[in-house]
Write a protein that binds this ligand. Structure first.
Ligand SMILES: [Zn+2]
Length: 495
C-alpha cells in the first residue's frame, strides 16, 4: 500500500517542528538551571554545565535524544517521500497535478528524483530523453529548458522547469550527455539542422500530449525548450492559436470591447482553456489596466499573474463568487467551466456593463446561445467561438490516401463535401512521429456574432466547424479517419 506523499510531508514537517521545539526547550532548560549568570559566553557556559551538572540532568538528556531522533526520522521520511513519489509517478498512480500553488523545493526534489537515474553513469539515451519529455507533463510545468554548450562546454548544462512565470533550475548534466540528448531530440522531433523547431507526440498511459521541441542558439551556447502544447496556455498569444485570419480578427475585436459577451464553446480537452487564457493575455495587453481582469474557474488551470483568479471547489458557489467579483468592479470577467444556470444568468447580466468571457463545455454555438438566452431572458452583443481539435498528419511521412465512396458519403452527410479530385493525406508512420502518423493536434474553429435581438434561426456560423474540417482535409493537414471521427462526434451531439 502506498502512503500518500502529503502524509509523509506532514510527518516530516511535524518532526522539524518537534526537533526545533526540543532543541529550544533544551537550551532554555540549560539556561534556567544554570546559576552561573556571570558566564556570558555560551560555549563557556555549556562546558561548565557539562562538567558539573550534565550527567545528573535526565530531563536535558531526554530532550537532546528526542531532537536527535527527530532529525533521523526527518531524514528517512524525506528519503521515503522521494522514493514513493518517484515510484508512483512511474507507475502512473500520481496523476498530473494542477499547476496551482507549488513549492519550489518540492518541485526540485521531485524533478531530481525523476531525472537523476537517467543523467549519470552510462545512460541509455532514449530513456534519458523520455524522462526529460515526460517531466514537464508529470509536474504540470509549461516547459523544460536545457542550457549549455553541447559536447565541449567546460561547465555542465543546466536543466530547468518553467512553472507559470517562474523558472526553476532542477538538475545539471554533462555537456557530452547534452550533445547526445540533442541528437536524439533532433531525430525524434524531425529537426534537420543544428537549430530548428519540431514537434512530437508524447504517449502517456492514458493520454497523449503534444510537445514542441525548439533548439536555438543562445548567448551561452545552445538552448533547448521542450514545451507541453496542452499546458502552453501561458505561452500562447491570440496570434498563436492558429485561427483563420477572419476568425482571429473578429475574436480580437470582440475582446477589445468594453462590454458584451464572448463565449468559447467546446468539450473539455479540446483546447478551450488555451483559447480563454490567450484571450485574457490579449485583453491584458490591449487594455493595460492593472486589476482589470478577474476570473472564476473550476479549477484554476494556470496561474495568470495579471488575473485575479478565484477557484470554485465543492461547497463554493460559482454564482456567489461571480456576484462578488461584479460588485468589486472588475472591468473584465472570465468564467471558466462553471456552467450552471444561475452563473450564466449573472454572467449575461454583468456583460451589459463590462466584458464577460465564458466557456461552455457542451453542445455547439446554437445550443450555447439558446441556453444563455434562456438563463437570462435577453442577450447583449455576443460572439461565440466553437472549437475542436483533430490530429495533424505528420509532414515527414504524409502520403495521399485513396478515399472510398462510403467514406465520402459519410463525410458529405456530416456536412463535409470533398471535391472528387481531393484525396486527403495520411501519415505512413516514421521516426519523427513515433510511428503514429500524426504530430500534435490542430484546432478547428467556428464563429458566430449576433447583436442582442437576433433571431437564432436566421443566424449561421462563418466559418463552420464542418467548413474548417473540409479545408484541413483539402490541405492534407488532417486525415480522413480523424475527420470521420469528428463528424461522428458532432452527429451524436445533434442527436
Ligand atoms: Zn511521420
Amino acid at each position: 500500500m502506498a502512503i500518500a506523499v502529503p502524509t509523509i510531508e506532514r510527518a516530516a514537517r511535524a518532526t522539524i517542528v518537534l526537533a526545533l521545539l526540543a532543541a529550544g526547550v533544551g537550551v532554555v532548560a540549560l539556561l534556567l538551571s544554570s546559576d552561573a549568570a556571570n558566564v556570558s559566553e555560551f560555549g563557556a557556559l555549556f562546558l561548565w554545565y557539562a562538567k558539573h551538572r550534565f550527567s545528573g540532568n535526565l530531563v536535558l538528556i531526554g530532550f537532546c535524544g528526542l531532537a536527535a531522533l527527530s532529525a533521523v526520522a526527518l531524514f528517512f521520511a524525506r528519503l521515503r517521500a522521494g522514493f514513493v513519489w518517484n515510484r508512483d509517478l512511474q507507475s502512473g498512480a500520481v496523476p498530473s497535478r494542477q499547476a496551482g500553488a507549488f513549492s519550489t523545493d518540492q518541485l526540485v526534489r521531485e524533478a531530481r528524483a525523476a531525472l537523476e537515474p537517467y543523467l549519470g553513469g552510462r545512460p541509455r539515451i532514449g530513456e534519458t530523453v523520455d524522462a526529460m519529455l515526460g517531466l514537464p507533463v508529470d509536474l504540470a510545468a509549461s516547459e523544460l529548458l536545457i542550457d549549455g554548450e553541447p559536447g565541449d562546454g567546460k561547465d555542465d548544462a543546466t536543466i530547468s522547469l518553467r512553472m507559470a512565470m517562474t523558472r526553476v533550475r532542477v538538475a545539471t548534466m554533462s555537456s557530452s550527455l547534452m550533445a547526445l540528448v540533442l541528437d536524439e531530440l533532433r531525430a525524434i522531433a524531425g529537426i534537420d539542422g543544428e537549430f530548428g523547431e519540431g514537434s512530437l507526440e508524447l504517449r502517456q498511459q492514458q493520454s497523449s500530449e503534444s510537445m514542441r521541441v525548439v533548439i536555438a542558439q543562445a548567448a551561452a551556447g545552445t538552448r533547448v525548450r521542450l514545451q507541453v502544447m496542452s499546458h502552453m496556455a501561458i505561452a500562447l498569444t491570440l496570434e498563436e492559436l492558429q485561427m483563420p485570419t477572419q476568425v482571429l480578427q473578429s475574436f480580437a475585436r470582440a475582446l477589445e470591447q468594453r462590454s458584451g459577451l464572448v463565449a468559447i464553446v467546446g468539450p473539455r480537452g479540446q483546447g478551450v482553456t488555451t483559447t480563454v487564457y490567450a484571450a485574457a493575455h490579449y485583453i491584458d495587453r490591449y487594455r493595460k489596466e492593472p486589476g482589470l481582469i478577474a476570473s472564476v474557474e473550476a479549477p484554476v488551470r494556470h496561474d495568470l499573474p495579471f488575473v485575479h483568479q478565484t477557484e470554485v471547489r465543492e461547497g463554493i458557489s460559482g454564482a456567489r463568487v461571480l456576484e462578488s467579483l461584479v460588485a468589486r468592479g472588475h472591468g473584465v470577467l472570465i468564467v471558466r467551466q462553471v456552467d450552471d444556470r444561475e452563473t450564466a444568468r449573472i454572467a449575461v447580466e454583468a456583460s451589459r456593463e463590462r466584458l464577460v468571457v465564458l466557456t461552455i463545455n457542451e453542445g455547439r454555438w446554437r445550443d450555447a446561445l439558446s441556453w444563455l438566452r434562456e438563463a437570462s431572458g435577453a442577450l447583449p452583443a455576443t460572439t461565440v467561438v466553437g472549437q475542436r481539435l483533430v490530429r495533424r498528419v505528420c509532414a515527414s511521412c504524409a502520403e495521399a490516401s485513396e478515399l472510398g465512396e462510403r467514406e465520402r458519403e459519410l463525410l458529405a452527410k456530416g456536412g463535409v463535401s470533398l471535391g472528387v479530385s481531393v484525396d486527403p493525406k495520411v501519415g505512413a508512420g516514421c521516426r519523427s512521429c513515433r510511428r503514429t502518423g500524426y504530430v500534435g493536434r490542430m484546432p478547428l474553429y467556428e464563429l458566430v456574432q449576433i447583436d442582442g435581438g437576433a433571431d437564432l434561426d436566421k443566424v449561421s456560423a462563418h466559418p463552420t466547424l464542418e467548413g474548417s474540417l473540409r479545408d484541413a482535409l483539402d490541405a492534407g493537414e488532417t486525415s480522413a479517419a480523424e475527420a470521420l471521427a469528428l463528424v461522428e462526434q458532432l452527429r451524436e451531439q445533434r442527436a
